[in-house]
Design a protein around this ligand. Sequence first.
Ligand code: BGC
Length: 473
Amino acid sequence: MSAWLSRKVSSLNLQELNEFDGSQEQKQALKELGKEFEITTDKLRSIVKQFTFEMQKGLERHGAKVAMIPSFVTGKPTGMESGTYLAIDLGGTNLRVCKVDLLGNGKVEIQQQKYIVPEAMKVGEMRQLCDFIADSVDMFLTEIDTDSYSETLQLGFTFSFPVNLRTINRGNLMQWTKGYCCTGAIGKDPGLMLQDSFRRKNMKVNVAAIVNDTVGTLMAHAYRDPTTFMGIIFGTGTNAAYFEKMDNITKWEDDITSDEMVVNMEWGAFDEERRVLPMTIYDNRLDRESINPGTHIYEKMISGMYLGEIVRNMTLGLVDQLLLFNGKSSPELNKKWSFETSHMSAIEIDTSSDLADTQYVLETVLGIPSTTLLDREMVKTLCRLVGIRAARLSAAGVAAVMTHCNLLPQDACTAAVDGSVFEFYPHFSHNMMKALKELFGEDVEQKIKFSQSHDGSGLGAAVIAMQVSKGNS
Ligand code: BGC
């Protein structure tokens, strides 16, 4: 393997590409891609500036692109809460159903079951999806043989899509994201529709709260660590929620006694007007072929559902220029979404001298008849370009919230983070922190801690259901 590739990389220096052993044309193509995917510190600054501007707009008026949705969650948990609650999570690959026993003293017991959501269900009728959820909850309750089922169970519904809330458990779905596209749902109330399914099946379950996964992540972490100010998801999709002062949510018109409220930013929709994000032809192709063209373009540049597809588009571009795989693709590689983000992770951590794992992904999984070491090095470079850009753009979102909330002069604070990209993508958190250091200086590392949080959709949703049922959300 060439020296430049064997380096343990946290960033890709364009000069490094000069050391690449390929032909002039291959070098030139990689350099051009390197430039297109580069996010310089100056570019980061301009993205953060536009981000804070759009956040402000979202706090001031309804209908802004970055929607800044008030979550109706106001109280911070104390960790002393107790009781038994149900929580469900819909939004990624699985439906997760949990029974959560809050035991006080920050202690909790969770029993859970995952149910695979059939692909057809994700694009079928919403009413059917809600029936599927209710059936799964019914199955779960039978399996765990819950004694308390004689009483109505309070349920926190983690529904990880943009919902414009009118109350803590009522609101309208604004749009689908992440490959979901059920009919009869946009503009409708997912809480009410699920409640209807429970009613039709005579189940004593009350949808007490509709919870975005970011809000759940924030509350779950805050249950154990009161310095938590933000919940972030870097997974199949991306988004963040944070505690905002009521005075700053100027579009809020009702009376409220609380000083602050969690705001679900829906930051995936940042820069839909395409002012600062450096979209390439590969991003445009992906966007055009997605279920929600023109929207959530920030999400499409940084989250797990999409990164592999960007690499696939780049790979095919090089194949068509006869610069990769001897100009040959494969039926599998030609299929949309076949290059999963998990393949990128496998390729990025492959440091073997012959890039054997990369060869496995390309030849065995994706069916390319044969690859040279040079081919594999080129594909690895593409993954690095896309992965590093994703981490740096993610840092821009975090930096915008830190700037907006004026966090730097304050004591150290914690952002709770969940999601497969953050957890499994090689060097992701390191590259994100590197970008934050470029923006705020080296000591930002002491100011903000990113803490992996797994139980947002279970514990977080249950804590919120508890707050609602005790009347203090
Ligand atoms: C949704 C958000 C969600 C995020 C992470 C996005 O596609 O719009 O509501 O929080 O994914 O799951």
